[in-house]
Write a protein that binds this ligand. Structure first.
Ligand code: FEO
Length: 386
């Protein structure tokens, strides 16, 4: 496998993970890539590595340009093993290479690999000369781990952005103008919603620190490289980081005998009449990470479950756990559920949505099967709350 030159003397030497379908609970239906970049300069520099099981692919691509033992510098932007997994293989090949990383990165790499490599820690504003080119570092802690940083090469106007602006998207194409932009944007949104969302305030800081850079190319650590649609993806990041929502309502539920589903469709009808874009997700048929992509821009998140064994259904509980972890802000909620006798589900849902810091505007519970009159009452109540 060969390196792909993305700009004169700068190569993509990453690996394509065609098989990846689950990234710690996030369904990656289009696989992923782990992007490593090789800069051929007076100091031969590798930016990030790949997951360990794909290290041979990375080595082969590097070797198509240069003997890996000649690498002088390794920039480790992020400790997470999808980017550092092949670092030991690189350091075995290039034993004198200097690793540039944040102080948290050094701690993380030592904790993961138990090696006393030649580390040099950097902080925001530090610049390292590679010869004709240089790298300016910006620390971006918590986008996505405490160690994260990004690097800007002013001579080439390239930002190596690590997890930011990435997408889990396996393709043999490397650039945004070579792929279906709708799919790439969808995967970028899914990536933001499922990985980056809890750290939106840190993304705002990152965007602010990078706002004066003249960027022609954003080279992330996953998916395709942005060169034709840089302003579009930056604008999307500004929107997502600011918790900007649309007139959109999601209705997410499970049902045992169809009663909770009847309430779900009644809620759908009210939102439609009010001009909302509505999406309905039965948790039996939809993955929670796909639902999160929609939560990213939704004003309302409505969650329903019947009462099951004095509780809510397990897939609804799993969704709520996932939602709380990803912590979208400034949203409204409606909770609903049918029951036979105990009737605990709606209160449990409301407690969960309170804990997730949603504003719960309505709590709907119906015993057994709602009839037309009850559904009409629900509509009339909701008309007042939405
Ligand atoms: Fe792609 Fe946080 O690692």
């Amino acid at each position: 496998m060969k390196a792909i030159e993305i700009k004169k003397g700068i190569y993509w030497v990453g690996a394509i993970d065609w098989d990846l379908r689950n990234f710690h609970g996030y369904s990656t239906q289009r696989g992923s890539t782990y992007n490593a970049y090789l800069i051929m300069d007076e100091k031969i520099t590798l930016i990030d590595t790949v997951k360990n099981h794909l290290k041979d692919e990375m080595m082969e691509r590097i070797s198509s340009v240069v003997d890996p033992s000649k690498i002088d510098y390794v920039i480790s932007n992020h400790v997470e093993m999808d980017h550092s997994g092949a670092l030991p293989a690189i350091m075995d090949a290039a034993q004198d290479a200097v690793i540039f990383c944040s102080a948290n990165g050094q701690r993380g790499l030592k904790a993961h690999y138990k090696k006393e490599w030649n580390f040099r820690t950097v902080k925001t504003g530090d610049v390292v000369s590679l010869g004709k080119r240089s790298i300016q570092f910006i620390l971006t802690p918590m986008v996505h781990w405490p160690d994260n940083m990004i690097g800007y090469v002013p001579e080439e106007k390239i930002l190596f952005s690590n997890d930011s602006f990435g997408q889990h998207y396996a393709s043999s194409e490397r650039f945004d103008d070579e792929c279906d932009l709708g799919i790439v944007m969808e995967e970028a949104a899914k990536y933001y919603a499922n990985i980056v969302l809890p750290y939106s305030s840190q993304v705002q800081k990152e965007l602010n620190e990078a706002k004066d850079l003249d960027i022609q190319i954003i080279a992330p650590s996953h998916g395709i490289i942005w060169r034709e649609h840089v302003s579009e993806i930056v604008n999307e990041y500004i929107k997502w980081a600011n918790n900007t929502t649309e007139k959109k309502a999601l209705i997410i539920y499970d049902t045992m005998w169809g009663s909770t589903q009847k309430i779900a469709y009644t809620i759908q009808d009210v939102f439609e009449r009010k001009g909302y874009s509505v999406k309905v997700f039965n948790l039996q048929h939809n993955h929670i990470s796909d639902i999160m992509t929609e939560v990213l821009t939704a004003e309302y998140v409505c969650v329903g479950s019947p009462t099951l064994n004095s509780n809510i259904m397990a897939d609804v509980a799993a969704f709520l756990t996932y939602l709380k972890g990803l912590a979208p802000k400034d949203r409204k909620a409606i909770v609903f559920g049918s029951y036979g006798w105990g009737g605990q589900s709606a209160a449990i849902l409301e407690k969960n949505m309170d804990e997730a810091k949603f504003e719960v505007v309505s709590n709907i519970k119906v015993r057994y099967i709602p009839d037309d009159n009850q559904l009409m009452d629900i509509k009339q109540e909701l008309e007042k709350s939405i």
